[in-house]
Design a protein around this ligand. Structure first.
Ligand code: C5P
Length: 298
């Protein structure tokens, strides 16, 4: 077995998120553009006689409800063995927050534990396990920029989008993803025919130029009335000179793109007044940077 090692577990944003309709299995058909960003948790892996998770944040559960434990058990069961590890999570990504923190932790655990347990696992071995844990987990086996279809789990990596001057702002609101999707009534679902939305999504994604495009997150129409503070975050960031702002996933985090570092720094300073908003200056993480940082071999 390899000695103890540490991996970053990156956050994501959704450059856009369109809801195409409700499926028979209760999930919603999506078209989204995922992007890994530099904000990350850190996960330490070491061998042990027991499967044990610890976390620096006392509010994060370390039992079966933590996706890292679910990932460890699912990977261990897929090999028909009872494998153990000592895992320590240093949490920085707000959770819940629409930044995929838990999903990223699960995928990073699959990658880390496959190495710790010397399982020689391929992408095709890990993908079904990732899908079983959550809709956003498969994306984190790829990283970079990728289209997500189906319930978000059908991943198509595309050319990296690079943005250096991003700002993530997370107000102190715990948005429950399942409630947001429950509230998306037929009336608020995208009216245009799904095929044409998919075409526009692909064109937007492949243009590489998001600054001058209309970016939409269809979940905002149900989230903003219930959580007006998130709407206020967007408006504030626009007032502070952001080129684009959008809610990420089901919120509460909002990302803003700035044209230059100076404008971003002025915005961060102005946001000092909002003491309950967490702010993270980040850049995009390309697929190669992601693969190198996680030492992905598949
Ligand atoms: O897959 P995940 O566990 O992340 O989904 C959390 C909840 O969000 C699901 O139980 C479902 O209510 C909702 N959801 C959905 N459509 C999706 C993704 C999630 O309705 N595409």
């Amino acid at each position: 077995m390899p000695g103890p090692f540490t991996l970053p577990s990156f956050a994501k944003i959704n450059w856009f998120l369109r809801v195409l309709g409700k499926r028979d299995d209760g999930f919603h058909e999506l078209c989204t553009l995922f992007q890994t960003v530099s904000l990350h948790d850190t996960i330490h892996f070491a061998e042990s006689d027991v499967l044990r998770l610890t976390c620096n944040d006392p509010f994060v559960p370390t039992d079966e409800s933590n996706l890292i434990i679910r990932a460890a058990k699912a990977l261990s069961e897929s090999k028909g063995r009872s494998l153990r590890a000592k895992i320590h999570l240093e949490k920085r990504i707000p959770s819940p927050g629409g930044l995929g923190g838990g999903s990223s932790n699960a995928a990073t655990a699959l990658i880390g534990l496959a190495r710790l347990w010397e399982l020689d696992a391929s992408l095709n071995d890990l993908l079904p396990i990732a899908k079983g844990i959550g809709s956003d987990v498969p994306f984190f086996l790829y990283g970079g920029t990728a289209l997500g279809a189906g319930r978000g789990e059908v991943i198509e990596p595309i050319e990296d989008i690079h943005e250096q001057f991003l700002l993530l702002v997370t107000p102190d609101e715990a948005v429950a993803t399942c409630e947001v999707f429950d509230r998306i009534a037929a009336a608020s679902l995208t009216k245009t025919d799904p095929e044409s939305i998919l075409r526009v999504c692909r064109l937007t994604a492949e243009s590489g130029d998001l600054r001058n495009k209309t970016l939409a997150n269809d979940l905002e129409v149900v989230v903003f009335p219930a959580y007006p503070e998130i709407d206020r975050v967007e408006k504030t960031l626009l007032d502070l000179g952001a080129a684009q702002v959008l809610m990420s996933g089901s919120g509460a985090s909002v990302f803003a793109m700035f044209d230059k570092e100076e404008t971003r720094q002025t915005a961060i300073k102005a946001l000092d007044l909002e003491s309950t908003w967490r702010k993270f200056a980040v850049a995009t993480i390309s697929r190669n940077e992601y693969r190198e940082a996680l030492n992905i071999a598949f």
